[in-house]
Design a protein around this ligand. Sequence first.
Ligand code: ADP
Length: 169
Amino acid sequence: MSGILDARPRVGYFFSGKTTMQAIGESIKNKLVNDYKSVPILVKESSTVYEAICTMFLEDVGTLFVVNDHSHLVGVVSRKDLLRSAIGRQELEVIPVSVIMTRMPNLILTFPDESLHAAATKLIQFQIDALPVVKPLASDSAAQKYEIVGRITKTSITKAYVELGSEEL
Ligand code: ADP
């Protein structure tokens, strides 16, 4: 199972030629976003900053994804985005999240069939905590529209790491 030995009918087991490190590397790269994604927590773009703060506490997440009336992904709101608007003494019960969110097309996305390693690389490269897992919707306009099907966070990556450490080599 670790990939170090291979088996063939009428041949039996033989050395695959891979080192332990190569086998571990392969095992990491075989893990898919789809198998590690968790439930995305969504807010509407018309929700107020106050409502977004409440949702973040109630759902116990650090990142919220913002959708429009057609449930298309339009933005991301993180803890710091909400803190920033709170210390700015803005009217939290009036301002919609759409004013403070990071918006399309500046969002960093991942896809169900992308490797978890590629998603983890994006988290590190862009210094963010979460990625929306999306499926493109057929669209005739130039602006690409996406449906959100999950989320990948630093916790998803830690889970995969723990799992990998528990695998028997
Ligand atoms: P925190 O605010 O808790 O540090 P992040 O590091 O994830 O959380 O967010 C930093 C900034 O990056 C925020 O302004 C947030 O809106 C933005 N951001 C978070 N996730 C994404 C993403 N997937 N794509 C683009 N921008 C993002």
